[in-house]
Design a protein around this ligand. Sequence first.
Ligand code: IPE
Ligand code: IPE
Ligand code: MG
Length: 274
Amino acid sequence: MPEFSENQACYPFYRAGLVQGLMMDLKSQIDQEKLPRHIAVIMDGNGRWAKQHGKPRVFGHRNGVKAVRETTEAAAELGIEYLTLYAFSTENWKRPQTEVGALMHLLVETLHKEINTLSKNNIRLKAIGQIEKLPEKTYKALLDGIKNTAGNTRMTLVLALNYSAKWDIVQAAGKLAEKAADKVILPGEIDETAFANELSTAGMPDPELLIRTSGEYRISNFLLWQIAYAELFFSPVFWPEFRKQHLYEAIIDYQRRERRFGQISEQVIADKPV
Ligand code: IPE
Ligand code: IPE
Ligand code: MG
């Protein structure tokens, strides 16, 4: 193999080739028959990544957009049906006002820039959370994006914005209480399906795979009901550095697991279609 040093002109091309090769190799390890239908991601580590580079936190958020683009593209290429990205939690309002403002502005800018690409790639945009409480410009950009991509069918990209899983559960309970009071539903008819139908994720399959980046091991009020049986994957990578190969790694890891849903291994093996 020829030796290359960092300062040789052709090194970047050689390296890009290597990365491409490794990526293809990872991608080819993915079993198309065992793909999760829905992947959810807690995109974390923007601030720490920026700090590592001696930059303000907003620099990390800006660089996180590239990771969003790559992850969306990779998921769509693979044939994932739903990709849900946790972009802003209800608790995130507690951050310094300047950071919240910059994030809201970045959202508007990104939505304006990316909607055409989403459309070109036949990707539908959806949002979950109390989005009507977002600043007007952000809310409007979001609604426009949702409207303009409503007919797309390849993949649904769900942005969790001003999202809180506890809020989601409480609002579902509230809707059911109203229906019961109006006698549209009887209390005895309230089962898991009726409840799930009132959650913000109604109509979507539960995520089979939940990824959190940046080496944090917590859920931070994200999709509590929906991840009851999700496989959890924690990546040490800070979100701005998350790339296609990291998604492939998570999917490969997911596919190696045995999902038992309370059964024992022998039952799962016996139930497997041959
Ligand atoms: C995730 O990165 C982005 C949002 C929560 C909006 P962080 O901003 O939480 O980055 P860290 O965790 O401080 O590094
Ligand atoms: C979770 O990340 C929320 C989002 C990724 C949008 P945080 O960085 O806000 O979570 P905590 O505060 O560390 O739990
Ligand atoms: Mg964080």
